[in-house]
Design a protein around this ligand. Structure first.
Ligand SMILES: Cc1cc2nc3c(=O)[nH]c(=O)nc-3n(C[C@H](O)[C@H](O)[C@H](O)COP(=O)(O)OP(=O)(O)OC[C@H]3O[C@@H](n4cnc5c(N)ncnc54)[C@H](O)[C@@H]3O)c2cc1C
Length: 394
């Protein structure tokens, strides 16, 4: 086995999960992170049972559980009249079906938990303030070149450097990500500030024309995570400036007052213009490959971007362990296994975005379809939540 470490560009959720998975297979890993510190932004994230399974495999599930909240149900409600349309119950039958639970967690707690586990492993070294600018193959090694001129030699390079990945630019070269025109605002407030407490134990999504709003509790229920998204009409009209707080208010002005009032929990200081990419048919070159948002950035409508990044890391480690020194073979096997599933997430997420945001004319049809669902049978996402086989076992 090469004495060189595997280099990972990017110490986000995906990069660190891959580092941990590789270390557990006995590989040395060096993680190069562009930011001055390893960390995450302070909002919530949803974790499907498919990723609970992966976190269990990585030995992380037990230590994350005290930070997690396990809602009773995923509720879909109409933002125009505040009525529930359907739900996925997350009780015994859900657990029986998937063996693992759905949970929500503060991103800092998730990232911090993976980071702590990485710090415990002697196979893993972590270096901040090291943005990877490019790479080249030299003999049996790959050399990552950093923005500050430093060079690192590795047995392979994994680009886990997110949406704007320079590693992707070098491997795939498909330009900048696609702007969806969807703009998200977020806010976390103490739960005691929440006025309408009807759905406290659920993850609720209110959907309406060009908008949706998500609410769920974090940190043992102490704080409420709030996410409001608009699909910008100004963007569709080709205007350069779009998705500002004025457009947020304008789009939500048609919603039920109890829904609109929830915007009080949203911070207007910052927003996220959402991007994705067309699914790629290759993301590997020689001794380098991609993972997570660098490989298959997705809109958030299935809440699976980070889940896919973690699954990627576990599969990648499995393929590297199986292929020994032949990193290229491992990477090709890895992408073969991951490509369809992640492409399906990207494309289905776009569909769910459109389904949530239908206009008033199509609303009744959407609502009728939603009301006809069986709350005990989440068929739309069954393929996703059932999870993946790794090392020959589910
Ligand atoms: C509003 C919103 C809600 C979401 N909700 C969910 C959810 O509920 N569930 C879910 O699973 N997913 C969700 N996602 C998606 C999820 O956030 C991403 O898919 C996930 O964070 C991707 O992880 P990553 O490690 O691939 O990339 P990132 O998290 O982007 O991490 C990349 C890391 O690489 C570093 N970096 C960047 N460039 C370089 C470089 N050149 N060299 C070295 N380091 C570099 C960055 O600093 C960062 O630390 C959501 C996304 C959004 C926008």
């Amino acid at each position: 086995m090469s004495s060189l470490p595997i280099l990972i560009a990017g110490g986000g959720i995906g990069g660190l999960a891959a580092a941990l998975a590789l270390a557990q297979k006995g590989r040395r890993v060096h993680v190069l992170e562009r930011a001055a510190e390893f960390g995450e932004i302070g909002y919530g994230i949803q974790m499907g049972p498919n990723v609970s399974r992966m976190l269990d495999r990585l030995g992380l599930l037990k230590s994350l559980e005290p930070h997690a909240v396990f809602p009773d149900a995923l509720i879909l409600a109409d933002a125009l009249d505040n009525r529930e349309l359907t739900r996925i119950t997350l009780g015994d039958s859900f657990l029986q079906r998937y063996q693992y639970r759905y949970f929500v967690i503060h991103r800092r707690d998730l990232h911090g938990g993976i980071l702590e586990a990485c710090r415990q492993r002697e196979e893993i070294t972590l270096e901040a303030s090291r943005g990877v600018a490019g790479f080249e193959e030299r003999g049996n090694a790959v050399v990552a070149r950093c923005e500050n001129g430093a060079e690192y030699e590795g047995a392979a390079l994994i680009g886990a450097d997110g949406l704007w990945s320079p590693t992707r630019a070098a491997i795939v070269g498909d330009g900048v990500p696609r702007v969806s025109g969807h703009v998200t605002y977020r806010g976390v407030v103490p739960t005691e500030e929440i006025i309408d407490r009807g759905q406290l134990n659920s993850m609720t999504i209110w959907v309406g024309p060009d908008l949706h709003l998500v609410q769920y509790r974090l940190r043992g229920g102490a704080v409420m995570n709030n996410v409001a998204t608009v699909s910008s009409r100004r963007f569709r009209r080709g205007e350069k400036e779009f998705g500002g707080p004025d457009e947020l208010d304008e789009v939500f002005s048609r919603t039920d007052p109890r829904v609109r009032d929830r915007l009080r929990y949203i911070s207007r200081d910052r927003n996220w213009v959402l991007h994705d990419r067309e699914p790629a048919t290759n993301w590997t070159r020689g001794r380098a490959t991609l993972l997570g948002d660098a490989a298959h950035p997705t809109l958030q409508y299935l809440a699976q971007g980070a889940c896919m990044a973690i699954e990627d890391g576990v599969v990648l480690a499995e393929k590297i362990a199986a292929a020994g020194e032949d990193c290229n073979r491992a990477f090709l096997a890895y992408q073969r296994e991951r490509m369809n599933r992640t492409a399906r997430v990207v494309l289905s997420s776009r569909f769910f975005g459109a389904y949530f945001h239908v206009d008033a004319g199509t609303r009744e049809l959407r609502n009728e379809l939603a009301r006809g669902r069986d709350p005990e049978n989440p068929w739309e996402i069954d393929w996703l939540y059932r999870g993946i086989e790794v090392d020959g076992r589910l």
